[in-house]
Design a protein around this ligand. Structure first.
Ligand code: RIB
Ligand code: CA
Length: 342
């Protein structure tokens, strides 16, 4: 009898330990080409800040949607508005590894090449500044201090991550997991590009970085345009967000309100928000394991991501990654609305 009580007590303890370890938040470095909401990076950070499943260790900035200086200024403002100034911010790369600005780039969306000083965010610059070490140094130091524990959420061009991989030979093997918003997979539905016919913005801005990061052997979850195209932030959901009054929803009301008034049928794709949500709750997305590689040759497919069920000639070394292609829209949008308006 005593024997069975001992076994039962041991089982209970194991269940309790399993439950505790399951409840541990993901330790996250949040790497972003940030813009305040309603930019998708801004919404994605609002979602992360409102999610107890994530423990943000630091926010790192990279040139992409805007210059890196502007990204940094706007992250600092976001954290101030959210009363989360304790979170450190590290500035990263101000240019892609190789890709030089061109007339085409300047005519497209994104200001990664801009040398202009950052415009003052609504309400003025934050009183706090970025930390003195670089985004790459912070990534390397943090990951090597806790090997196998840190997840990188990368929702801009992958320049910082590629530079961190180059910086230390044990960095890549010490990252727990990489969640990337990037790419478009023509092999799956809705896989056309959004900058060139087949290239997605984050991968196109820094194709060399995207290729080397994917090939670094880090367990990777890819959130490409295919899954973003299952979303649409319409007026109905905007109104649900701004029904609560917080500094962030006020900002959204100021900036988005006039746009919905001018075009009530407006519907915005949600890119980076899906990547963050998929880490919070992986059951929100449907994935397929594929070999994925990025074309970094300077030709018509520069920056294009290609996914296949089998390796193919020219893509030797392409890794297997989990590719998101569908989403439980109803559960996702309800979670998003509730958490960004907390
Ligand atoms: O292609 C979508 C990506 O580029 C997102 O990360 C978004 O922020 C845009 O700039
Ligand atoms: Ca982004």
């Amino acid at each position: 009898m005593r024997h069975w009580i001992g076994i039962a007590a041991m089982l209970l303890l194991m269940c309790a330990l399993a439950a505790t370890s399951h409840a541990q938040p993901h330790k996250v470095i949040f790497d972003t080409d940030f813009g305040l909401p309603p930019t998708d990076d801004g919404w994605a950070l609002a979602l992360a800040l409102g999610s107890p499943e994530l423990e943000i260790l630091g926010v790192t900035t990279v040139a992409g949607n805007f210059s890196v200086e502007r990204a940094t200024a706007e992250v600092l403002k976001m954290l101030e508005l959210s009363s989360r100034e304790e979170l450190p911010v590290y500035q990263g790369a101000d240019m892609p590894l190789v890709h030089a600005p061109s007339d085409f780039a300047r005519g497209e969306y994104g200001e990664w090449y801009s040398g202009d000083p950052p415009p003052m965010p609504a309400g003025g610059f934050a009183s706090k500044s970025a930390e003195s070490i670089s985004a790459m140094d912070f990534m390397v130091r943090t990951v090597l201090d806790a090997p196998g524990e840190v997840t990188l959420v990368a929702i801009g061009p992958l320049t910082n991550v590629a530079m961190a991989i180059r910086q230390h030979p044990r960095f890549a093997s010490s990252v727990k997991q990489l969640v990337i918003m990037g790419g478009a997979i023509a092999q799956l539905p809705d896989g056309h590009g959004n900058v060139t016919p087949n290239a997605e913005f984050n991968f196109w801005v820094d194709p060399e970085a995207a290729r080397s990061v994917l090939r670094a052997g880090i367990p990777t979850m890819l959130s490409p345009l295919n899954v973003s195209r299952k979303t649409g932030l319409t007026r109905q959901w905007y109104e649900a967000i701004v029904a609560r009054d917080t500094p962030i929803t006020r900002l959204a009301r100021e900036r988005l309100g006039p746009r919905y008034a001018a075009n009530p049928g407006r519907s915005d794709l949600m890119y980076d928000q899906v990547a963050v949500a998929s880490l919070i709750d992986p059951t929100l997305v449907t994935t397929q394991e594929m070999f994925v590689d990025v074309d970094a040759l300077h030709g018509i497919n520069y920056g294009v991501s290609v996914g296949g069920d089998e390796p193919w000639p020219g893509a030797e070394g392409a890794p297997r990654v989990q590719v998101q292609y569908d989403l439980d829209w109803d559960r996702f949008i309800r979670m998003f609305v509730e958490r960004v308006s907390r």
